[in-house]
Design a protein around this ligand. Structure first.
Ligand code: COA
Length: 208
């Protein structure tokens, strides 16, 4: 299993996740943060198909799609899966509630020798500003550079997304450039900021 101190990461489970993802992908606020295309409604079937396609496409390139779950507090149960545990209780209640996604993807048609991955991250708004994003990104950097052997981890963020930009800078991503007025969002042009971290930058901070 994949764990941080307070989170558990797992693969997309269509049976368990489709309803929640359909809610998220019909929430205009969420759509505006994670997708720089105008928001459109999505049916449950199209959400399931979309996530399955993304998961399959990325797993073919060796890059995972993670569903991010919150570990139950220690007083409510174990903090990691025991031998016969499931993510869900028998009554269907989530023991490890889903709170977000973290998706790694390859640059379209990029040669494997560049060892570059891009990512997208989104946490449910009830769970913002609790340090989860920072914790997840720090784990993801170690996973990408140490486990996957990436050379470069990159992302883009809309200029209005101050919280995300702050967190990216805090964990060591460097602003590399701005694509000016790249997106048309809710009646105005928005700059698109490109950021990245290189393996040597991460290893320099994490020499044992
Ligand atoms: C962006 C996101 C992943 C960050 O995760 P998070 O768990 O909320 O972030 P954390 O709690 O780890 O850290 C939040 C930091 O941002 C700061 N912050 C909050 N709102 C801010 C704002 N409007 N401007 C600047 N900084 C802000 C907090 O003070 C905190 O900083 P600190 O740790 O230095 O005190 C999460 O908020 C999210 O999923 N947002 C919606 C989707 C999204 O925007 N995805 C990114 C698309 S590029």
């Amino acid at each position: 299993m994949f764990y941080t101190e307070r989170l558990m990461l797992r693969a997309f489970e269509p049976e368990a996740d489709t309803n929640l993802f359909t809610q998220w992908l019909n929430d205009v606020e969420i759509l505006s943060a994670i997708s720089l295309h105008p928001p459109v409604p999505s049916s449950k079937a199209s959400v399931k198909k979309f996530i399955e396609q993304v998961s399959q496409k990325e797993s073919a390139s060796g890059l995972p799609f993670f569903v991010v779950c919150e570990k139950p507090p220690p007083e409510n149960g174990p903090v990691s899966l025991a031998k016969h545990d499931d993510y869900f209780s028998k009554d269907g209640t989530a023991r490890y509630p889903t709170i977000g996604v973290f998706v790694l993807s390859s640059q379209d048609n990029m040669h494997f020798a560049t060892r570059t991955a891009r990512f997208g991250i989104a946490l449910d708004k009830e769970h913002h500003d609790r340090g989860y994003g920072t914790e997840l990104l720090q784990w993801a950097q170690a996973y990408c550079f140490k486990t996957l052997g990436c050379h470069r981890l990159e992302l883009n963020v809309a200029a209005f997304n101050k919280r995300a930009f702050h967190v990216y800078e805090k964990v060591g991503f460097v602003k590399e450039g701005v694509r000016r007025k790249r997106w048309w969002i809710d009646g105005q042009w928005v700059d698109d900021i490109e950021m990245a971290m290189l393996e040597e930058e991460w290893f320099a901070k994490h020499q044992e």
